[in-house]
Write a protein that binds this ligand. Structure first.
Ligand code: ATP
Length: 361
């Protein structure tokens, strides 16, 4: 019989705070599967709310330190960090809507005020980065007017299978994909009038076999139009990631997007500033579009700056070649910036889900 009791391990872990939620791991019900052997070797799991948790190592080290301090007789201490991505609770705007996608835990809208700021590039690389952290991810190319997902994933000629009137999404780089570009010829112009666009988006939601997903990301068209409204009226959107470049003019447009999401009670998860700077060969940064625009905007709007992505030839090449930069050059500075933004996005989602307020607190 081990000398150490499970309750003593729990007591020790009560002193470890979850860094974002500012509550201890035991109260948050994150500690599970404690086992102690004859030699007082202790193992337990701390169930994270996202596989992309940037604080993994910090949490592990804090747990080990706490158990060592409270139980000096402990042998080896093993901390497992599995993840269980949770979905929204029952209050806030989630509670008012039935979810037509019960297997999808979090719905993320990627939006911008104006075109050409790199919204699709950000959506694609966020999706790939989240998938690389072990999450199950889907991506809807909701930009019906200029679908870019087929090119960005090198799937220009791919067509999804249809089974029992349900579309089976294509899958590449660990991401399930749906785009109008998979359904119509690329050279046939599609003129979408408002109601048609809404119907198409609804079909991407209800007629596609998304299955179980941690995150379903919508790459929205730029601006604040019918598709944005259809999305928020059809699905309980967990939150929006807003993409901008640092110039004044882009920031003025992006304010409208922030206001629109706020009006329809969709929390803003944060801002990604794209094309923030140009990395010079000597490693210094040239802020060609001005410095700190995104940061200032985020502060003024009281939203998080999720990340700043540099301009990089590898990003554009990745978009054109069908292999996103986060796959082709995972160690490059833009890829690291995308990964950071993905982790911050996941963290914002976890925090909102954990308190159940969906950004209303
Ligand atoms: N960080 C970056 N570095 C270099 N090129 C970039 C970067 N981000 C985006 N691009 C390039 O800028 C162009 C526009 O990007 P993208 O299509 O993602 O923008 P968008 O905002 O989705 O545009 P639209 O709304 O018009 O579809 C693309 O050629 C893309 O490869």
């Amino acid at each position: 019989m081990p000398a150490i009791q499970k309750s003593a391990v729990l007591e020790a872990l009560k002193t470890v705070m979850e860094p974002d939620l500012k509550k201890d791991l035991v109260s948050l019900n994150m500690v599970q599967d404690i086992s102690i052997d004859e030699e007082n070797n202790i193992s337990f799991s701390v169930v994270l709310t996202t596989p992309a948790c940037p604080m993994k190592d910090h949490i592990r080290q804090s747990c080990i330190a706490a158990v060592r301090e409270h139980l000096p007789e402990a042998g080896e201490i093993t901390v497992n960090l599995p993840s269980k991505v949770t979905s929204g609770g029952s209050c806030g705007h989630h509670g008012e809507k039935t979810n037509p996608l019960p297997g999808v835990r979090n719905i993320v809208a990627v939006a911008s005020g104006k075109g050409g700021v790199g919204k699709s590039t950000v959506a694609v690389n966020l999706a790939v980065s989240l998938a690389k952290t072990g999450a199950s991810v889907g991506l809807v190319d909701a930009d019906l007017y200029g679908p870019s997902v087929p090119t960005m994933f090198g799937l220009e000629n791919a067509r999804p299978a249809v089974e029992n009137k349900t579309i089976i999404p294509l899958e590449k780089y660990g991401v399930k994909l749906m785009s109008i570009g998979f359904l119509v010829e690329s050279d046939s112009p599609v003129i979408w009038r408002g109601p048609m666009a809404s119907t198409a988006i609804k079909q991407f939601i209800t007629d596609v076999a998304w299955g179980e997903l941690d995150y379903l990301i919508f790459d929205l068209p730029p601006g604040t139009g019918d598709i944005q409204l259809t999305l928020v009226q059809t699905l309980p959107v967990t939150g929006a990631v807003i993409v901008t470049t640092p110039q004044e003019v882009a920031l003025m447009d992006v304010a409208k997007a922030v206001t629109m999401f706020r009006k329809v009670n969709v929390p803003i998860l944060g801002l990604v500033e794209n094309m923030s700077y140009y990395l010079l060969p000597d490693g210094s940064k040239d802020y060609i579009f001005g410095k700190g625009g995104g940061e200032k905007f985020a502060r003024a709007q009281a939203i998080e700056l999720l990340g700043s992505v540099p301009i990089g030839g590898v990003v554009r090449e990745g978009g054109d070649s069908g292999m996103p930069v986060t796959i082709e050059h995972p160690d490059s500075e833009p890829s690291q910036a995308f990964l950071h933004a993905a982790q911050e996005t996941a963290r914002q989602i976890s925090m909102r889900n954990a308190c159940g307020c969906h950004g209303n607190c």
